[in-house]
Write a protein that binds this ligand. Sequence first.
Ligand SMILES: [Zn+2]
Ligand SMILES: [Zn+2]
Length: 260
Amino acid sequence: MIRFASLGSGSRGNALLVQAGRTRLLIDCGFGPRVLAQRLAKLGVVPEQIDAVLVTHEHSDHVAGVAALARRYACPVYLSAGTRQALAHRQIAVPHLLEIDPAATFTIQDVDVHPYAVPHDAAEPTQFVLASDGLRLGVLTDAGSTTPAMLDALRGCNGLMLEFNHDADMLARGPYPAYLKARVGGAYGHLDNGMAADLLAQLRSDALQVVLAAHLSETNNHPDHVRAHLARVLDGAPTVWHVASQHDGSGWLTLGRVHS
Ligand SMILES: [Zn+2]
Ligand SMILES: [Zn+2]
């Protein structure tokens, strides 16, 4: 069994808790110690129980709480060389760093971690597929476009956390300055609803149990738009779906083995 829960997702902070067997991992930690502890407590977890943090990239909505977590709890932090250098460049001192090869699978206790590269405007952005107990959870946020390698990495997953960042029309008509619209909507920015839905349509399968839509823009998207895409793409599929919010956690979402 794998279970996972968003602790909050969006441009003001991201963290995903994943539990598989005895192992509890965080993917990113954009929340400070107090908020992190509060949101973990709702799931029956204390920060001391986090075995490791996987960092996708150096943007502050993903790393703002990483240094404090690593320092307080001697929690190992896995990241790419580029992400490590970018943190050092910003003089963010994080202890207990472990550099990963973004092309190589590695193991943390009960979990096999498959990193994969994504197009995003960060030094060496890396997303992850976690495998345990014959189940696979794919995570993808902060990508401006989809690539064949991303599709290969995510194909066959039993659970997906997938970015639905913005609605292209809302972004175009919205209040962002032109440079920011170009950045968010560009090939190294964020997935819009249509791109995410197209990707999900390609990943739809009978094995896909749960989809968590994530990293929604509070300015340029609305959960109802995302829900409409999910309902359309997953119509008739045996897949439950949820939309993650910035201010609340999702609660536990569970992937189970299918016994025949
Ligand atoms: Zn982000
Ligand atoms: Zn980012």
